[in-house]
Write a protein that binds this ligand. Structure first.
Ligand SMILES: [Zn+2]
Length: 352
């Protein structure tokens, strides 16, 4: 019995360790889809073996057949092996999100330590209907009003909202150096961002990150291309559509605006030959803003909830009733008209 228990416990610990390593790696690479081997199989093995070890260890302890401490240690190792994966599965169901998002919110379980450090940097806390705001300097009433207005807008647009509100760390002291996010990050209901008082709405800030948070709650999968993810956040950060379009025009004139299908993968989004991620944000922001204005939010939700990098073109056709190339052409001619130009063309590799 003791040997069996040890073998099972070792299996549970190994499965759990592999699962943890994969989970942390996935956290750093959110655009990569979870794998059946390293995520699902190890999760199942860790949970099943862990619970079995917990049960058997408890049984052994009750029957008094083994040395008590060894049985307790084995039972605890089973419990610990199963705890992480069970937490993520539970989080997946309660947030109605996919594994990868649950993984991201789960890993912010290391947040209590970071939050403690941040709270020392950001000692003031405001509670408003949908936000708990941690900050260093007093938040002006207009900014709080803007946050609430953003909540109402996004709730209307997406038809859903972060269930328990948003915990917002207004990073006005450089607390981003603590490791979560850089100049703003969003993990489900947690947002770390620069206050509106410190940024131009066309450069991001809290409204941008809150838009991400709504998308992560709303989305049925973290499989949509980054172009749409960032496009949605840029389109909803309070920057006028005209300014977003102007940015795309400037990128076209600089030869930095390839067709959207070239920017769907993570590498494409950041491609240095097109000016890096900056022009990816420009393209996404203007395109999504145009889609929202022209076709409405409901269709965009259906698009983003079904489009992957691979199915982007097919889903665009199904949801918007036109091939992607013709959507892109209409978007560009809208920008051309807006700025009194005859026609605009994407940057091509042959003719940069
Ligand atoms: Zn963003």
């Amino acid at each position: 019995m003791r040997v069996l228990l040890r073998v099972l416990a070792s299996g549970a610990v190994v499965a759990s360790a592999i699962w943890w390593i994969a989970a942390v790696w996935d956290f750093e690479h959110p655009q990569v889809a979870p794998s059946l081997l390293t995520n699902t199989t190890t999760m199942l093995a860790a949970v099943l073996l862990g619970l079995l070890v917990l049960l058997l260890g408890g049984l052994v302890l009750l029957l008094g057949q083994e040395r008590r401490y060894s049985a307790i240690a084995l039972a605890l190792s089973g419990l610990l092996s199963a705890a992480g994966p069970i937490w993520v599965v539970g989080d997946t169901f309660t947030s109605l999100n996919d594994w990868d998002f649950a993984n991201r919110t789960f890993l912010t379980a290391y947040l209590p330590a970071v939050a403690f450090l941040m709270d020392r940097e950001l000692p003031q806390t405001d509670h408003v209907p949908h936000f708990v705001i941690h900050h260093a300097d007093p938040v002006p009433a207009w900014e709080v009003a803007d946050l609430e207005r953003q909540w109402q807008r996004l709730s209307r647009l997406t038809g859903s909202e972060p269930r328990n509100g948003i915990v917002l760390y207004l990073n006005d002291t450089g607390a981003d150096a603590l490791g979560i996010g850089h100049h703003g990050a969003a993990y489900g209901p947690l947002v770390i961002a620069l206050p509106l008082t410190l940024v131009d709405p066309c450069s991001g800030g809290s409204l941008h990150e809150i838009a991400h948070a709504f998308m992560y709650v709303q989305s049925k999968g973290n499989t949509f291309p980054q172009l749409l993810d960032e496009g949605w956040a840029v389109a909803n950060q309070g920057c006028p559509e005209h300014t977003l379009d102007q940015q795309v025009l400037a990128d076209i004139e600089s030869g930095l605006m390839p067709p959207l299908e070239d920017r769907l993968t993570d590498a494409g989004f950041r491609a240095a030959r097109y000016g890096g991620a900056n022009t990816g944000y420009d393209a996404g922001g203007s395109f999504v803003s145009w889609l929202l204005t022209r076709y409405g939010a409901a269709r965009f939700m259906s698009f983003i909830n079904s489009a992957t990098v691979a199915s982007f073109q097919t889903r665009a056709h199904v949801v918007y009733g036109a091939p992607l190339a013709s959507l892109e052409a209409t978007w560009l001619s809208h920008i051309a008209r807006e700025f009194g130009m005859r026609a605009l063309a994407f940057t091509s590799d042959r003719n940069p």
